[in-house]
Each structure stands twice: as C-alpha cells, then as structure tokens.
Write a protein that binds this ligand. Structure first.
Ligand code: HEM
Length: 146
C-alpha cells in the first residue's frame, strides 16, 4: 500500500515536471532561434557584408580585409552572442579593432548597416532590438576615438 502511494506520488511529480518543462529544458536563450539558428545567421551575415560594400562610410575600413575570414568570425560571434552552440575562434574585439581609429560616427554608420541588413533578413523589430542590445555593450571595445 505504502509502495503504491509512493509510486503514484512519484508519477504525479513526474507529470508535473513534464508539464512545467522541467524534464525537457527550454534553451535558456532563444535569440539564436529567433535569428533563424545558424542558417539564419549565415544568411544575415551575407546580407550584412553586401551592405558594408554599399556603405561609403564603412567600406574603406574593409579594404584589406579577408572577407571569408570576416564572414566566418562574424557568424561564430553572433551565434555565441545570441546564445547559440558555437565557439568563437576569432581575435578579441579589442584586438581586432586596434589601430582602426573607429570614431562615433563610423561606429553608428556600421550599426545602421547592420540594421539595414537585419531588415532585409526579415527580422522583426523585437529581434533586431535584442541583437542590438547585445552588440551595444561592445562599443567601448571597438571605438578608439571617443
Ligand atoms: C560592437 C560592434 C562590433 C563588433 C561586435 C565587431 C565584431 C567583429 C569581429 C567578430 C571581427 C572578426 C575578428 C577576427 O577576424 O578575428 C571584426 C573584424 C572587423 N571589424 Fe568589427 N565589430 C564591431 C564594430 C566595428 C566597426 C564600427 C567597424 C568599422 C567601422 C569594424 C570594422 C571591422 C573590420 C575592418 C574588421 C576586419 C579586420 C581585419 O581585416 O582583420 N567593426 N569585427
């Protein structure tokens, strides 16, 4: 009888945990999914690189850049920033922008480029703002001319 009661209690507990999602944990961060997972991020970065090429303010910075590497590192970095299952293998943000002399106007120009790319990628305003909120704190690591 006692075993029976114990069994039904544990069955009750299991079903409560299942209902509340305890046994099938949700990813703690769903921005990665909102961006369309890895395929969505790859698509966004391709559009972003095209937009950089069209921006007269930002394009000069990329004159000597290996765009294949830039693409790969951007994808990894955005994947990681959005909570995706990626490892970032690039240089630190400070290191990779050292000596570029990025000023506020050019920083903002790059953000505008990213916003245009996010629009073209079809991201909602909420998704856009979530990604921008994760990029914004890195501003101080990129800008050398305040
Ligand atoms: C918070 C904003 C930014 C983030 C998160 C960011 C992120 C990155 C990352 C992950 C890389 C690749 C590093 C590597 O190759 O190991 C990179 C490279 C680069 N970034 Fe940024 N970046 C930001 C802002 C900017 C701005 C404002 C500019 C210029 C206007 C810029 C210009 C570049 C260039 C030219 C490269 C390639 C450097 C090279 O050729 O080695 N970035 N950035």
């Amino acid at each position: 009888m006692k075993t029976c009661r114990l069994l039904s209690f544990s069955l009750f507990l299991t079903s409560m945990m299942l209902m509340s999602g305890c046994l099938s944990p949700q990813p703690k961060d769903d921005l990665f999914k909102q961006l369309g997972s890895l395929a969505g991020i790859e698509r966004f970065v391709d559009i972003f690189i095209r937009e950089i090429g069209e921006s007269k303010e930002v394009r000069p910075y990329f004159e000597d850049t290996n765009l294949d590497r830039f693409r790969e590192k951007q994808i990894e970095h955005i994947c990681l920033l959005s909570g995706g299952p990626c490892t970032y293998t690039g240089d630190s943000i400070v290191e990779s922008h050292k000596g570029m002399g990025v000023n506020e106007a050019d920083f903002n120009a790059l953000v505008d480029t990213a916003i245009r790319a996010m629009n073209k990628a079809g991201y909602s305003v909420a998704t856009r703002n979530r990604l921008l909120a994760r990029i914004a704190p890195l501003r101080g690591e990129v800008m050398e001319v305040k």
